[in-house]
Design a protein around this ligand. Sequence first.
Ligand SMILES: [Zn+2]
Length: 257
Amino acid sequence: MRRRSILALSVASSLAALAACLALPRSSAQDAPAWRQRAAEEEILCNTQEPLPYLIRENWSTRASMDRDELRARRDIHQKAIRFRTETYGFFRGFGLPEWNARTPAQNAVNLRLFDRPIRLNQRVVPAARCAEQEIARTCRDDYQPRRLSGLREQNTYHNGEVSNHVYGIAIDLDPQQNTCCNCVKEWRLHPLCQETPRSIFDRMIMPECWVHGFERYGFYWLGHDRLMDTMHFEFLGDPAHILTSDGPPPHMRERE
Ligand SMILES: [Zn+2]
């Protein structure tokens, strides 16, 4: 009896192990979030595009070591960037002139689900967000699931004369507690991922590198490249009038050909 029960037990456990092996691919496919399948199957025809250079923070932010001409040139670029964002996305109090746009970014904002998480974005960049989502669903073979997204904000989070792209509804943070921003505020430096010097900036976050490339393909700038090392943060700095192929190619991309 005893031998038989041991035999039965070992057969049962072998079968369980076999079942587990066989079940693995099937159950992981079943567990794949529905958004990946939905986004991968969608046929959104998107223009690949790079950010407009004058919108990139690194091209207009100033440092104490810069001479007067450099500072003036950079302030001019910054003003151009504020004017473009105001005219395109809405007027945010304290930056630019209300005559440039009668509407506010909040009036142009919509609620949507991206990666199956709620977010509020300026409606002009929603197609670009969908392009990035489609790219990630098709090309990234990971199981990363952002738990929280942060989009439009009605308060400016910078206190140095800059205006955050969150107020225009064109920035997206993924998992703001886990994807670090080591040079943002000193509290971040205590985070384990900020303490050691990693091999690359991609090691300072839980988000897979593939996601960064998915966003970058469609005009989003990743602030992980910036001095801030803001790895959670993407901002759409492309041309919102040319997100889809049906809009024709973005003029600034044609210039580069
Ligand atoms: Zn952000």
